[in-house]
Write a protein that binds this ligand. Structure first.
Ligand SMILES: [Zn+2]
Length: 306
């Protein structure tokens, strides 16, 4: 069973999570609640079990003094902050949606293909959101000012399920836009959004997990750990690849897909050993001079750092 787990763990937890979410729509009456139940009662127990049972790297199983920081990120930045942002977007876009619907038929709130099977709507939502996420993430690596905020995510010195949520709140605003605004304007329903957030939640935790995973050809669909670990490499040339959040499709299209099959990633994290490790220090880090981790001329001179 332990040999089989790397191949089946992610598909098993993802399919189980989606089915559980779907089965909760009726009893909960509020589809937006279902992803929280799935994360707490299904996904997180699986993460704890699998990281203990079949770890990718033993040294990543030990605390690096990062558990408290990552727990704060998970609750504040990944749970509370997006709910507030969604409420703000819905309020701000209410008048925009009405204006669009009066002036453009496409934005009448009926543009979303509600008649499609739910699974097909989920795939559409994933591909659509992924396009915006890809470019926000890629610019975060290529534009020095944006990298200041994104460096927080790359400050993790090991990969384990909890640091999937380590994002600066300013960057979270940018990442949240492609995951919400298109769906509000196009009128996607709450069930599709709930399934989307279950997929992105499960995928995100597996993507950063310290679980031995082997996805084989699925690595050409999902932006899973085997690819994403290279994205966290200390070698800048490697970390400026595999920007996919859930799907790897746009990396394949735009030429940033990277998968050396013959080796595992080396050291991960930032180059700056002085980078703050605590939550408050990391919130302040982007605004301090000298805390920019990546060489400032990297984007214009990448060959210098090969
Ligand atoms: Zn990144």
């Amino acid at each position: 069973m332990q040999r089989l787990m790397p191949y089946i763990a992610f598909p098993l937890v993802l399919i189980g999570g989606l089915l559980l979410c779907y089965s909760l729509f009726a009893p909960l009456e509020e589809p937006a609640l279902a992803p929280f139940v799935v994360m707490l009662c299904w996904t997180i127990p699986w993460m704890l079990l699998l990281e203990w049972w079949t770890p990718f790297r033993q040294q990543w199983s030990k605390s690096h003094g990062d558990v408290l920081t990552d727990t704060i990120y998970l609750f504040l930045i990944q749970s509370l902050w997006p709910r507030l942002l969604s409420a703000i977007w819905i309020t701000l876009l209410a008048s925009a949606t009405i204006w669009f619907s009066e002036n453009f038929n496409f934005f009448s709130g009926q543009a979303w293909p509600h008649e499609w099977p739910l699974l097909a709507q989920l795939v559409l939502a994933l591909v659509l959101a992924e396009f915006g996420r890809y470019w926000v993430h890629r610019w975060a690596h290529e534009v020095s000012f944006l990298w200041r905020f994104h460096a927080v995510h790359h400050s993790a010195e090991r990969l384990y399920w909890l640091n999937a949520g380590r994002f600066h709140p300013v960057e979270k605003i940018l990442l949240h836009i492609p995951e919400t605004v298109p769906f509000i304007l196009l009128g996607a329903n709450a069930e599709v959004l709930a399934l989307y957030f279950v997929t992105t939640g499960i995928h995100g935790l597996f993507q950063h997990s310290n679980i031995r995973l082997k996805l084989g050809p699925l690595n050409y669909i999902f932006a899973m750990a085997e690819l994403h670990r290279f994205h966290h490499s200390k070698i800048i040339r490697e970390s400026n690849t595999n920007y996919g959040n859930n799907l790897i499709i746009w990396d394949l299209v735009f030429g940033t897909f990277y998968w050396p099959k013959d080796r595992e990633v080396g050291d991960i994290g930032l180059l700056n050993p002085e980078y703050p490790k605590g939550f408050i220090g990391q919130l302040k880090a982007p605004f301090h001079k000298g805390k920019l981790d990546k060489p400032v001329d990297y984007a214009s001179n990448p060959e210098k750092y090969q």
